[in-house]
Design a protein around this ligand. Sequence first.
Ligand SMILES: [Zn+2]
Length: 572
Amino acid sequence: MKALKLTKIAAVVLLASTTLTACNNATESDTAKENITKESPSTLKNESATNQPELLPGFENRLNIYKEVTLTADLSHLSANQKQMLALLIDASKIMDDLFWQQAYSQDKKSFLASISDETVRRFAEINYGPWDRLDGDKVFLTQATKKAHGAEFYPADMTKAEFEQSDFSDKMGLYSVVKRDDEEKLMSISYSEIYHDQMNRAAAILDKAAKFADDKEFSNYLTMRAQALRTDEYQASDFAWMDMKNNPIDVVIGPIENYEDQLYGYRAAFESYVLIKDLAWSEKLAKYAQFLPELQKGLPVAKKYKAEVPGSDADLNAYDVIYYAGHSNAGSKTIAINLPNDEEVQLKKGTRRLQLKNAMRAKFDAIMLPIADELIVPEQRKNVTFTGFFANTMFHEVAHGLGIKNTLNGQGPVRQALKEHASALEEGKADILGLYMIRQLLDKGAITDGTLEDYYTTFMAGIFRSIRFGASSAHGKANMVRFNYFQENGAFSRNEQGLYSINIDKMTAAIDSLSQLILTLQGNGDYQGVDSLVKESGVIGETLAADLARLEAASIPVDIVFKQGKKVLGL
Ligand SMILES: [Zn+2]
């Protein structure tokens, strides 16, 4: 699954993506400390004497973890037709947003939000698409709310796993259907196109209309096919059409896509949308890196047999500015990179497209990374925390998933199967560390001309602090902790008496190489026990680090961002 919400899902949710996934990076963050006003909880209580939900004690300091940023992009190069099309794509996205609310929470969105008297609390509920704190393990933060069902609204609330597993009905594990009870209380499925008939048809009609305004023929074709997919629950043809687009300056990712919201089984897809403007200049810069993949694979710091596989060099890697997020992609933490489609058949035939969401990354960098650096990095290295470094680290993480080894060398089949529940954490750890390896190599070869090694390393370090705030329980979280502890043991960084961290370039380089070797060897050997020990020993947050992370919270540094977005802010 997919999207690298650094692609998002709050770490918590970031459950391991399955195979094809990209990484939803559960990494990103922000806050709204300037925006969120400070109403005291006692005021709330007085106001909401009877039926109104109130904020539960202990959540006061959660209300400002999201920093609001205005989501804009340069639209000056677009034609009048294209601008009209963008407005329509935003309209269709809003329908996805409403559909996601229905998947996430049983109460009607409008009446639920209207019942919350305090503006700040209401906004927090809106960001979370319900009464659960998505960046803190879905903890209930409102009175009158119950624990979030693992299966969200995809399954009947009273359904047990045993009942589901013993039942036999059509589309039981379907991506695009909801499980309900029939007249005899037996489980059955209803397709999205049927249960959400009106909304799906309205969204489809808008996409059809938008297709008429598209200057790019392939994009117009994709919109028409996507509209048809919404009406029929058959998405594959539109995914193929999406893979075939190369030159469209505008893009949209829309429909039921990721399965993270279904925490019960991970079967059912949640509605979301991204409306995107391609950044042609940055995309050109990225295109040249893919050609180095085979060479970088050969140079990996590991014995030959662990790098015998040959990566493709046709990675589709582009930079975009997002102008609208809706539904799942907008709930809780915000995705900053996308790797789609999730359909494995499409992936096998066409690969995937990797979309780097530049303006959202920039917003997270400004709102979160820089303040973290000020709090935790030694003064003389703060200048080395750069947006170029953040962008590159994020991007090369994605590309690095393509390096290394996919199949074990000793007959245990795919690495993913051999390493079981640890496979995702190790794969994410591999992508992070090999991403840094790639950057160093490309700097040496002169292929990357911006920034210094010290920039990329120091930015990476600040990025670890940022990511760990999403928790250490997800695949990304465990990978982060293993790496942090490994770096520490190998002197890649040190912490002074003031609690400030500094990077040792040479030792960091050595640690990157030896950790790369360790991970690739564990993968190639399908060494489940070895990974299990590594994760158990190193995949945890120590006391000192926990105290340092508490300093970030005390300094009110946002955990993630939330967007002020829409046609008005774009002037459409
Ligand atoms: Zn990843």
